[in-house]
Unconditional design. Structure first.
Lengths: 117, 891
């Protein structure tokens, strides 16, 4: 289990991107990908390329904004930041994931006798 | 919504967005490489690791594009581009498939356009959707007919609760004289509310004023039809106010109708419109007063929200009252209301038209089906050749749905091009029909329009054709097992048995469809032959007809009579003329003279109906010329003059109806009124087909021209040489007598019988069904040939082995042919069974031939079998000549 990376569930990548931008502020694509890998402790199987599909999706929904700017080493890069709508969406998503995680936790805590441990 | 806009925007800004994405990804990889480098990897390894972790740049781009744009639209354009390239590469295949589809769709377009004219397209008038036709059935089993003018006035006066207006028209052929030259015009005589109710505005001048010419012998004006105005007066606006003569009466041209208004009658364009009161001048004056003269086609506009049935109920009340008040004319008469398109071209067609429409729509439906099956088979055959290409596309990642869509795009594209061709083909059928002249010299003018109805129908049919033709092949091909296909190197043996089954099934269905079409065509053709060999009661061969109407030139009765006498005399002296006579109307012609027949001393009781008869005014030699047998009594002679006893000759039906127990000769009757004047029957003539080819003969009587004057005449000559060859001589005789007197409809009696009341509908029906049957035959033969020669070529290897093992050429020949025979046999059996079910529909449209006519069924089956086997001779012969060594070496 430990040496097998987690497949990302449908829609989770979008939440991760939003949360990353919410927590850290404007980032470029590579920065977001790196941060997700770091935070997950390299548990997530992430094709970094897929992050760009997620970014364009979020952008088209108006949850993040993009702007060309200069990177640390002064190169032109596209920076993404979360919008107000994005924060609302994130709050909703976060609540949803929290509930789901709680329920899953309780379900999995069920002992063979049917009693909650 | 906003998201959708973003997607659409992205779709159109594709190139710029792609560039940005490229930059972004390059940046990403650079940053990753640098990070790796800093972690101590070598430059190459750093780059490699960055790429691995990125996971495929092109894939990422693809996902990105899908996420941002409109992927289905993208791939649709791709599919279309690809399909166009494929179709262009296979130009031969494309041409054949498009042609087949164009024929199928064209047949559908033609029938639908015709249906559009007769069933759907509203007249270009006000409130056309609420326009109805009011007609009466004089007996329970009679066809709906026109209304008498006095009845019309009553219906109009007592129906304002359900109709906003009621008007009508009576069509007449009249002469319009202007500056010494007379034209024959087809004119609608109308009540003064005609144009205002229909919302027609003049293109020039004015139309008929309210109340103008509603009283007999008033309203000496004429409104010209647009085409006639352009043809005769060169579109000259100064024509307004000029005086012309209409059947000898001076009238003023007051206006011209707009171009798009052809009149309310759907077959021909009106040349002019005159107030109904002007009919009071002519010989048919009593149409304005008699309830027995059913001459007015009545139109009424429903009030908004009122349905046909409510209007029907309201008129029923009026009808019942009329029956009480005028029992001799209106008893037993039933009034009916039709929506206007249902009563085209004439209310009498209202009850049989839907059946005709269904039969022909079914037939073209079968044609379309056969065409689609044919193209499906072509596509299948081609797919076999493309198996490898498709396998490669599948191998590089095209999913089944994607392949399916690609293949369907191809067939849809074929159908689309075929649809354009079909629309052009179908529309040209309309032009052909518009040239026909079933009404003497008057050309048909069907308002064929490529309107949205036709467009929608054609588009729908093309779409259907694309799916029908493409779906089965696409489903089959996209299921191809790519490993096997690639390995087989294009010989495609996989699924072969299944594919054969499908192809064979398609061919069987085509053959069955063709049998249905051919049976219908055969039945119609046999029906036409039977109709042509019906005993008409007169001999139409070697008779020349020449029409003339001195009244059009303003001849008075005495002058016209003198002219006709002289003309008849001179004609009889022409060599090769055996006899010559004059008549008012032609048998099975497009006009007739209807008259009541009151037998003397049996005045009809109030509840009894006055029998309606048809009459003709003829000269003494008429019965000789027409070869009609006088059964009793005598023919007319020169001694029957205006001054002598009034006489008539009646047909058998009339004699039996009026004097059932007695000898008709010597009896008296009146065709004017119950009180006389009476005419004496001097002869009994055999029944003849004078008014209708199909119906049993009605009451018909003849009177001498000297005792019943009409200005219109038909000169008829029985000749000993082909009658057409005398035409110019006769026209010369008329010119000698009066150079300005026009003759018209100069044609043989046989030609004249091609008219609307003669064989016209049979001919049109038979040639149309024949064309569809021929199309079905062609397609089925092509289909059988295709599948047989395809499978023979596929079996080359097997045939080689068989021959190497000692099979005879005859045996191989038989092997191939037997496949064809099997396919044809099954197809014909299924088709004949289906045709048996369908032909019941045709029964009422056929004359003299049963819908289950065994000759037709056996004949068309045999013909189809023979033609198809002849076509299969080629592949069978080719297969039998296979060189075993060559065939085996090929592998």
């Amino acid at each position: 289990m430990a040496n097998q990376k987690l497949d990302l569930l449908q829609g989770t990548l979008d939440v991760m991107v939003l949360q990353t931008l919410h927590a850290i502020g404007p980032l470029h694509g590579y920065g977001i990908a790196r941060r997700i890998e770091q935070i997950s402790g390299n548990q997530v199987l992430l094709n970094q390329g897929t992050i760009y599909a997620s970014l364009v999706r979020l952008q088209q929904r108006g949850w993040i904004a993009a702007e060309w700017g200069a990177s640390d080493n002064n190169r032109k890069a596209k920076f993404y930041s979360i919008t107000r709508n994005g924060r609302k969406q994130l709050a909703a998503d976060a609540a949803h994931w929290q509930r789901l995680a709680d329920v899953m936790g309780r379900m999995l805590a069920m002992s063979p006798g049917g009693e909650t441990r | 919504m906003r998201t959708l806009l973003a997607h659409v925007a992205a779709f159109f800004r594709k190139r710029a967005l792609d560039r940005e994405l490229d930059q972004e990804l390059a940046m990403h990889l650079d940053l990753a490489t640098e990070d790796n480098f800093r972690r101590g990897l070598s430059p190459e390894e750093a780059r490699r690791d960055a790429l691995v972790r990125f996971g495929g740049v092109e894939v990422a781009k693809e996902i990105h594009r899908d996420a941002r744009g409109l992927p289905w639209l993208d791939s649709m354009f791709q599919d279309i581009g690809y399909a166009l390239r494929t179709l262009r590469r296979d130009a031969g295949f494309t041409a054949i498939a498009v042609l087949i589809l164009a024929l199928g769709i064209g047949a559908n377009t033609a029938v639908f356009s015709l249906g559009n004219v007769f069933l759907f397209r509203p007249l270009p008038v006000k409130d056309a959707d609420r326009l109805t036709v009011v007609a009466v059935q004089r007996k329970a089993d009679a066809d709906p007919d026109d209304v008498s003018y006095p009845d019309y006035l009553d219906y109009q006066a007592h129906s304002s609760a359900v109709f906003t207006g009621m008007t009508g028209y009576a069509i007449r052929i009249v002469g319009l004289g202007y500056r010494g030259h007379a034209d024959r015009l087809i004119v609608s005589y109308v009540p003064s509310n005609f144009f205002s109710m229909l919302g027609i505005r003049p293109a020039l001048g004015r139309l008929i004023n309210p109340g103008e010419g509603d009283a007999p012998r008033t309203g000496p004006v004429v409104v010209l039809g647009h085409s006639y105005w352009e043809k005769r007066f060169g579109g000259d606006p100064d024509v307004i106010g000029r005086t012309v003569s209409l059947d000898g009466t001076a009238v003023t041209v007051v206006g011209v109708v707009p171009k798009e208004f052809l009149g309310a009658f759907n077959l021909v364009e009106m040349d002019g419109y005159a107030p109904i009161g002007m009919l009071g001048f002519g010989s048919a004056a009593n149409i304005l007063t008699s309830r027995d003269e059913h001459d007015l086609s009545v139109l009424a506009t429903l009030k908004p929200g009122v349905g046909i049935s409510k209007a029907q109920a309201a008129l029923n009340v009026v009808g019942q009252r009329l029956a009480q008040e005028y029992p001799h004319a209106d008893q037993g008469q039933r009034v009916r209301v039709f929506s206007e398109p249902n009563a085209r071209p004439d209310p009498s067609a209202a009850d049989s038209k839907p059946l005709v429409a269904i039969v022909f729509l079914l037939m073209v439906g079968v044609v379309l089906l056969v065409a689609c099956l044919n193209v499906a088979n072509l596509l299948l055959a081609r797919a076999a050749a493309r198996e490898k290409e498709i396998a490669i596309r599948a191998a590089i990642g095209a999913g089944r749905a994607r392949l399916l869509r690609q293949l369907l795009t191809e067939s849809m594209l074929l159908a689309l091009i075929g649809g354009v061709g079909g629309a052009i083909l179908g529309n040209s059928v309309g032009y052909v029909l518009n040239g026909l002249r079933p009404l003497g010299d008057i050309p048909l003018r069907l308002a064929f329009v490529f309107d949205w109805r036709v467009f929608t129908y054609v588009a729908g049919v093309a779409l259907l054709a694309g799916i029908l033709a493409g779906l089965a092949p696409a489903l089959r091909v996209s299921r191809t097992d790519l490993n096997l296909a690639l390995r087989e190197g294009g010989r495609g043996l996989i699924g072969e048995s299944g594919r054969h089954w499908l192809r064979n099934g398609l061919v069987v269905a085509q053959v069955a469809g063709a049998v249905i079409l051919l049976v219908a065509a055969g039945l119609f053709t046999r029906s036409l032959t039977r109709a042509e060999s019906i005993d008409l009661g007169f001999d139409p061969h070697n008779v020349l007809n020449v029409s003339l109407d001195p009244g059009l030139q303003g001849y008075t009765q005495p002058r016209a009579e003198a002219l006709c006498r002289e003309l008849l005399h001179r004609t009889q002296t022409l060599p090769s003329v055996r006899s010559a006579s004059l008549a008012f109307s032609l048998p099975l012609g497009y006009y007739n003279n209807g008259a009541p027949a009151y037998a003397e001393a049996q005045a009809p009781s109030p509840s009894q109906h006055v029998p309606g008869a048809t009459s003709n005014a003829v000269t003494p030699d008429y019965f000789t010329t027409m070869r009609m047998r006088i059964l009793e009594g005598r023919a007319f002679t020169d001694a029957d003059t205006a001054a002598s006893q009034q006489v008539a000759i009646v047909n058998q039906t009339m004699a039996a109806r009026l004097w059932p127990q007695r000898d008709a000769v010597g009896q008296r009757f009146s065709y004017k009124a119950a009180t006389g004047p009476f005419v004496t029957v001097v002869g009994l003539v055999r029944d003849a087909k004078t008014t209708s080819l199909l119906d049993a003969p009605g009451m018909y009587f003849y009177v001498p021209q000297t005792q019943d004057y009409h200005s219109a005449h038909v000169l008829q000559l029985r000749t000993s040489i082909p009658p057409e060859s005398l035409a110019s001589a006769v026209e010369g005789l008329v010119r000698e007598l009066d150079p300005s007197l026009p003759v018209y409809e100069v044609m043989s009696m046989e030609q004249s019988l091609e008219g609307a009341n003669g064989f016209f509908l049979f001919k049109v029906g038979a040639s149309f069904a024949g064309a569809l049957g021929g199309l079905g035959l062609l397609l089925a033969v092509v289909g059988v040939y295709g599948v047989v020669s395809y499978s023979a070529s596929r079996r080359r290897h097997e045939i080689g082995i068989r021959m190497a093992l000692g099979a005879q050429r005859v045996g191989i020949f038989r092997l191939v042919i037997s496949q064809a025979v099997l396919l044809l046999g099954i197809g014909i059996a299924l088709g004949a069974a289906a045709a048996l079910g369908v032909s019941r529909l045709l029964a009422s449209l056929l004359v003299g031939v049963s819908a289950y006519d065994p000759v037709t069924f056996v004949g068309v089956s045999g013909m189809l079998m023979a033609v198809a086997l002849l076509a299969c001779y080629i592949p069978a012969h080719r297969a039998a000549r296979v060189q075993p060594m060559a065939a085996l070496r090929d592998q």
